[in-house]
Design a protein around this ligand. Structure first.
Ligand code: ADP
Ligand code: GN1
Ligand code: MG
Length: 363
């Protein structure tokens, strides 16, 4: 695909000078487009995963314009603090090419960085404040207008069932090479429905959540070090706040990268965990219930277990979901997640004690 021609279909300023692949997301293909006047992010939407692009983009448009309004009301700068879509001259939020591929464009947020690992603890704290604030800003978003872009995205029990199917069918004969991790999941089968049951029983409220709160989905201002903008809004849907908290811990409070091969490097950094608890609760500004706060550690464990299970399922099914860069990549990713789960189980008392220490900030 001629990316320059694609970029020129959007209302950009200046002449396209350079296009390069950008970022390290597993789902979309992201490009930085530099023109003589401005910089933009061009994304090829993963239509294998997001099959209804109209609905996906309706969500993104709805959430970004809602956030822009709220940010403006608070005296902030909506051009930096939320994603801003660049539309086509016809006013469309994305462009479908003849071969069916779909592209969208955002203003590039300059002088800010996204990190795949915590370099400075303060950055992790600031990402927590940003995700907490994001949760609070969307507290009165009309949730019923949001489409479920990926149904049952964080329904751990359904993820477990999909995993069991993949193990039984074993279409690539890979189960043998993953048997130690398959056993790891089976030993924890009883915990799979806990959070969805609590939601059903009304113990946890359904909120508008981000659902993919990895550290690299928040941009940190290069100068002030503050979390400037939450990005990657494809999975904003009704969900659980404890999952948003948990996914951040899974990714950012791990002492190793998500795909580290040396598992002795993988552990939960309790100092980072504590910073995140503090930052997230402060960003939420008292909007969480006491039950939600109490269950934050469980959110961390469940998101890590679920994500490991998703990587393992994809490995068994032939790597069709998460982009891989080497053979066995998804198996390596699954191994880090489960090693982290085991470490969380070992540190459980300290994880809950830390949350109790900051629980005063909840309603
Ligand atoms: P994926 O769903 O594949 O993770 P993202 O939307 O997270 O895609 O984008 C991938 C990366 O591109 C991000 O981690 C970030 O570094 C960068 N990025 C995305 N949007 C912007 C933007 N508007 N301004 C600056 N950088 C961005
Ligand atoms: C994917 O898009 P990205 O890379 O931020 C995935 C998340 C996983 C994550 C694991 C839509 O996130 O759910 O937790 O990889 N996003 C989608 O790194 O499935
Ligand atoms: Mg991303």
């Amino acid at each position: 695909m001629d990316l320059k021609a694609v970029a020129e279909q959007f209302m950009i300023l200046g002449d396209v000078e350079k296009i390069q692949e950008y970022g390290s997301g597993h789902i979309n293909r992201t490009y930085l487009v530099e023109t003589s006047k401005e910089a933009y992010i061009l994304q090829k939407i993963n239509t294998h995963i997001f099959q209804n692009v109209d609905q996906l983009m309706e969500n993104v448009e709805g959430v970004t314009s809602f956030l822009a309004k709220r940010i403006r009301e608070r005296g902030g700068d909506p051009k930096r603090e939320t994603l801003q879509l660049v539309k086509t001259p016809e006013g469309a939020s994305y462009q479908r090419e003849e071969d069916g591929s779909c592209y969208r464009m955002y203003l590039f947020i300059t002088d800010a960085s996204s990190y795949d690992a915590v370099k400075k603890p303060e950055d992790f704290y600031e990402s927590a404040v940003a995700f907490g604030r994001f949760q609070a800003l969307l507290a009165d978003y009309p949730a019923e207008t949001l489409h479920e872009t990926i149904p049952y995205f964080h329904h751990t029990e359904k993820r477990f069932k999909a995993f069991c199917r993949a193990v039984c069918e074993d279409p690539f004969s890979r189960a043998e090479s993953a048997k130690e991790w398959i056993r790891f999941v089976m030993e924890r089968r009883d915990v799979m429905p806990i959070l969805t049951n609590l939601l059903k029983e009304g113990e946890l409220p359904l909120r508008v959540t981000h659902n993919d709160t990895k550290l690299n989905n928040v941009l940190i201002d290069n100068e002030t070090g503050k979390g400037v903008c939450v990005i990657d809004l494809d999975t904003v849907m009704p969900g659980l706040s404890v999952n948003d908290f948990g996914d951040s811990i899974r990714f950012g409070a791990n002492t190793a990268l998500e795909d580290e091969k040396d598992l002795s490097k993988v552990s939960l950094d309790l100092k980072l965990y504590e910073l995140y608890v503090k930052g997230y609760l402060s960003g939420c500004g008292g909007s969480l219930t006491a039950k939600e706060v109490e269950l934050l550690p469980l959110g961390a464990k469940m998101m890590t277990l679920e994500c490991g299970m998703r990587f393992l399922t994809d490995y068994l099914e032939g790597d069709t979901y998460f982009r891989i860069h080497r053979e066995g990549h998804n198996l390596d990713r699954c191994a880090t997640q489960f090693t982290l789960v085991a470490d969380m189980e070992a540190k459980w008392d300290r994880m809950t004690a830390i949350v109790r220490k900051y629980a005063g900030q909840a309603k």
